[in-house]
Design a binder for this molecule. Structure first.
Ligand code: GLP
Length: 241
């Protein structure tokens, strides 16, 4: 596991965008795994700037997002469909048919999960997976527990995550309690992984990700078993290392 500590959020975002751009420039038809949350917003802004300067071309890129809230319509401003469209997709030349996000509104959720995995497999697997991290060490929506999901599944969110994500919703009871999330093995199958973290509230989770045991109660600690993982974190997130 490689750890890059940047001074602040801006330089963390720039570094992540540069890594992603070098992946796409080396392999124009890269399959990217994408994350949501406030952390990668700066990276998406940098990528949009690079695209406008002609430094990156997404015309052959395929993307798969990590997760989506269950039963939250894509037009809801807190859905990850909306987030991706507003923060990234609408600003660059990705073909809409090449972007994939689990569909939270489906009736047959098991079929959707199976189909999502199959689409990733048919695309040739993820070349570069971008991750954020929850303050409890969750990645995607793989929450801490005695057991973790291997593949894409419908998951229950923990109270800590519901509480933490309630800042984006009008009230706590508006936060969905379930989500569809890509599973741990699917994430760990990515050829390269970059995990971004910024701020003091991530410091404890980052410490446990790097220095702790590999433990399903800290899902991010499983990244220690992945040969090509780079953490790009700012000084505050690195403050307990
Ligand atoms: C959500 C997402 C995660 C993300 C996490 C952290 O729970 N499902 O993929 O890493 O939030 O979000 P933030 O970057 O806003 O702290």
């Amino acid at each position: 596991m490689r750890v890059i500590v940047e001074n602040d959020y801006q330089s963390m975002s720039r570094k992540a965008a540069l890594l992603l751009a070098s992946q796409v420039n080396l392999k124009p038809n890269s399959v990217l795994g994408l994350a949501t949350g406030s952390t990668p917003e700066g990276m998406y802004q940098e990528l949009v700037k690079m695209y406008h300067r002609g430094e990156i071309d997404f015309s052959e890129v395929v993307t798969f997002n990590l997760d989506e809230y269950y039963k939250l319509p894509p037009e809801n401003e807190e859905s990850y469909h909306y987030y991706m469209h507003e923060n990234f997709f609408k600003h660059v030349n990705l073909h809409p048919e090449n972007t994939n996000i689990p569909r939270g509104m489906v009736e047959k959720v098991e079929t959707e999960c199976w189909y999502y995995e199959e689409k990733i497999r048919r695309a040739g697997g993820i070349d570069l997976q971008v991750l954020g991290i929850g303050s409890n060490g969750h990645i995607g929506f793989n929450e801490p527990g005695d057991r973790l999901n291997v593949t894409t599944k419908l998951v229950e969110l923990t109270e800590e995550t519901i509480e933490s994500n309630s800042r984006f919703f009008d009230s706590l009871d508006k936060v969905p309690r379930k989500a569809i999330s890509v599973g741990m093995a699917t994430i760990l199958k990515a050829r390269r992984i970059i995990l971004l973290a910024s701020g003091k509230n991530k410091a404890e989770a980052i410490k446990k990700t790097i220095n702790g045991y590999v433990d399903t109660r800290i899902p991010s600690s499983l990244l220690q078993t992945h040969p090509e993982t780079t953490l790009i974190i700012d000084e505050e997130a690195a403050s307990l290392l």
